[in-house]
Design a protein around this ligand. Structure first.
Ligand SMILES: Nc1nc2c(ncn2[C@@H]2O[C@H](COP(=O)(O)OP(=O)(O)OP(=O)(O)O)[C@@H](O)[C@H]2O)c(=O)[nH]1
Ligand SMILES: [Mg+2]
Length: 313
């Protein structure tokens, strides 16, 4: 129990025989149940968990590999159906420091917010501790996720160290959540649609403890960027058209139409000017008009979105 709240810890596991023992044995006492979700490991992760015979551990086994998002979804559904008050997520590769858990739990337990997530970028050492490609890729995805999710105050979007309230557990449709590495981005968008309050909590980055990551940044970044763009459209439609209405969708629509049109036309005219010769002044002015209007529409749309989500901290 943490401040009178029953806490379940979801631990997604895929071939974590090296570190799962450490995760279970270091699990803080405030966690009432450790939900180990085995995502069809091919090593002896399951044997190790069974041999430990820890009284708090519940082993949930997938019949086929679903990915980290699918594993978290299995754990969340168990926590929801067994009436837990808070569900936290700590990966099976021991990259989440148990000492950070009270800070992650506290805002949700006190009812200040509905969802907290660890932010490794607050730490002054983040640049030194997080591998460079991951740091830069994460920063880019975090910026895209701010736009897509409407949580402009949230960064380190790829962090998986999170706590979700009972209301969140009972509201989100876990079967439709993205099943692989884009899960944190997908969930932030869904939380915003239901106006849940989300807060970042500073945590320590943990790398180089023998963990094996399945993340291949150069392949993953374009895939996740595309997912985040789709989720942005999903949020616009659900939050500002279907569930409620706000004219900012028109601002975004005009902005996203005019801004690239102005850019492309400007580029075309520039190439034409260099390769062929003179262009009409009116054409150049038209390109500038499209571009400037597009920028203004986009910035106003962002501003309206920011204002609309200001209370969700
Ligand atoms: N790679 C991988 N991990 C899975 C899968 N299903 C569950 N997981 C678990 O998801 C957690 C996170 O996976 P990692 O590949 O380490 O990704 P990450 O920790 O988010 O990213 P890094 O910062 O690069 O380590 C681990 O506890 C895995 O055991 C799967 O299908 N593939
Ligand atoms: Mg990892």
């Amino acid at each position: 129990m943490f401040e009178q709240k029953r806490v379940a810890c979801v631990v997604p596991c895929f071939n974590e025989s090296l570190l799962i023992k450490k995760v279970i044995s270091n699990m803080p006492a405030c966690v009432d149940a450790i939900l180990i979700v085995d995502d069809c490991s091919t090593d002896d992760t399951v044997d190790i968990v069974e041999r430990l015979n820890d009284p708090r551990t519940v082993l949930l086994k997938h019949e086929r590999n679903l990915g980290v998002g699918g594993s978290i979804s299995t754990g969340y559904k168990y926590a929801r159906d067994h009436d837990f008050d808070i569900a936290v997520v700590m990966a099976g590769d021991a990259q989440m420091d148990p000492e950070d858990l009270p800070a992650i739990l506290q805002p949700v337990a006190s009812g200040e917010v509905d969802y907290t997530k660890g932010n490794r970028l607050f730490s002054g050492d983040a640049w030194k501790m997080i591998p460079r490609v991951r740091y830069l890729g994460n920063s880019m995805l975090s910026l895209l996720t701010k736009i897509a999710s409407g949580y402009w105050h949230v960064a380190d979007s790829q962090s998986g160290y999170t706590a979700a309230s009972k209301a969140v557990l009972h509201t989100i449709n876990w079967d439709s959540m993205y099943q692989r590495y884009g899960q944190p981005n997908d969930l932030l968008v869904r939380l915003n649609i239901y106006n849940f309050r989300v807060r970042d909590v500073p945590i320590k980055p943990v790398y180089g403890i023998g963990e094996k990551s399945g993340v291949k940044p150069l392949r993953l970044i374009p895939k996740l960027s595309w997912l985040i763009c789709r989720m942005f459209l999903f949020r616009m439609a659900h939050k500002y058209i279907i569930r409620d209405f706000h004219p900012l969708v028109f601002f975004y629509a005009f902005g996203l139409l005019l801004l690239p049109s102005g850019l492309l036309l400007g580029l075309y005219l520039m190439i034409y000017r260099i390769a062929v010769g003179g262009i009409a002044e009116t054409s150049a002015l038209f390109a500038a008009f499209l571009f400037i209007t597009g920028v203004q529409f986009t910035l106003f749309a962002m501003w309206f979105d920011m204002e609309n989500n200001r209370s969700l901290k």
